[in-house]
Write a protein that binds this ligand. Sequence first.
Ligand code: GRF
Length: 208
Amino acid sequence: MSIRKTPIAILISGRGSNMRSLIAACAEPDFPASVALVLSNKEDAAGLDYARSLGLPAEAVPHKAFGKDREAHERAIDARLREAGIEFVCLAGYMRLLTPFLTDAWAGRMINIHPSLLPVFPGTHTHERALEAGVRIHGCTVHHVTAGMDEGPIIAQAAVPVFPKKDSADDLAARVLVQEHVLYPAALKAVLGGNSDSVSSEDGLLVV
Ligand code: GRF
């Protein structure tokens, strides 16, 4: 018997490598989600072209058209999500601060991946900040999205070592990104299965 696949949207702003890992996972017959829509706030996001090349619906809703009215932009995003029958949203490098309008509308049905071991290093430039702070372990986090930036309940984390004498921020970003691509589909699968406390520690992940 085939499983029911939850129709998800992926929101991106740029290259979309995490989007690719989610698309690849969703292509597996036993993965509990299908990608029904890719949305970007930027028309030139490289990830849009990739999604379109696979025949997936991929659209831009440019924030610039709404000036400083972030909520008006989010209302346009929300309308597209609902028109497309979306039931769950994955933020994947979506570089917009969200207002309570969108976080409330999708509470419990919207997750994000962040390139640090939250709650340390919320916000941007996480790899530079990890090197400056001298931490020896860094990583990534998949979490529920709430009104506070990068503050929602943690679903899963993957950790990598930091080599302070050798690592540049780019080295560290690349090491973390490998884990992001494994962690995000695993966390999505666990959440959709109602099982977010038990993301397994396969593939060398250090997962909470
Ligand atoms: C990733 O590091 C993600 O954790 C962060 O932004 C980056 C997006 O990369 N939120 P990509 O567009 O998924 O390649």
